[in-house]
Design a protein around this ligand. Structure first.
Ligand code: 1GP
Length: 239
């Protein structure tokens, strides 16, 4: 049981390279008013070493939980509320299955925050994503539902506490409702879904198929006001 086990939730992904004091202030204010459930902080690659600063800036001004969503061990800091400890199970790159985790283990132990071991599945979203390039792995083809289901099952059987279906930031096609539904039928751990979700309709479709937490990033970088209809649509399902 984790804080992500009950109800439908929306997570806002913040790329530390693509924000500033001014932008973050607006993001926090909009997020408070629509009751964003969690902030995720991270990126496939960073030009600036700014994760700790972003976490601290949010923690001082908001009570919304802040979780690390690290692209690498270099993006770990100890002032967050927790971390999605991602293992890229769709790939066969040992560094991202266990190597980075070994390097990060002492820092994570010292941080004493919530660690959510998460099976991370990259699903083809119709673009060559940063995750695909940086991880040097192939995404699961969007129509290979059996492969995605078996990978999610393996995550649960390995004891992971959630599974994250990632179409890639800015994906052309979000993860399909049929793939989400097939995974929902087979695993009981919380399912995160992100990548290419831009409308209340696509967020609702993912939730109705069985997603528990919808992750949105890119569209809020472009227009923070779009946060309201999407968050409202998701939270409506809890009434
Ligand atoms: C990426 O799933 C997230 O990890 C968010 O994707 O930027 O397309 O919303 P977008």
């Amino acid at each position: 049981m984790t804080r992500f086990s009950t109800g439908k939730k929306i997570a806002l992904l913040i790329d530390p390279d693509k924000t500033s004091e001014n932008h973050l202030t607006k993001v926090i204010s909009a997020s408070e008013s629509v009751k964003i459930d969690v902030f995720l902080i991270g990126s496939s690659i960073l030009l600036r070493n700014s994760v700790a600063w972003v976490v601290q800036f949010i923690k001082k001004r908001s009570s919304i939980p802040v979780y690390l969503f690290p692209g690498s061990v270099m993006q770990i800091c100890d002032n967050a509320d927790g971390i999605l400890l991602l293992s890229l199970l769709s790939g066969r790159n040992p560094e991202l299955l266990i190597g980075q985790h070994v390097l990060a283990a002492p820092s994570l132990k010292a941080a004493r925050f919530d660690i959510v071991p998460t099976g991370y599945l990259l699903i083809d979203g119709g673009i060559r994503s940063s995750v695909e390039y940086m991880s040097n792995t192939q995404p699961i083809p969007a129509d290979k539902i059996d492969i995605a289901v078996c990978t999610a099952l393996a995550a649960e059987q390995l004891g992971m506490k959630s599974v994250y279906l990632e179409a890639g930031s800015g994906a052309k096609n979000p993860v399909s409702a049929s793939l989400i539904a097939a995974i929902r039928k087979n695993v009981s751990i919380p399912i995160w879904v992100g990548g290419g979700i831009k409308t209340p309709e696509s967020a609702l479709s993912a939730c109705n198929a069985g997603a528990d937490i919808i992750v949105v990033g890119t569209i809020f970088e472009q227009n923070i006001e779009l946060i309201t209809p999407i968050a409202d649509a998701i939270h409506q399902l809890n009434k």
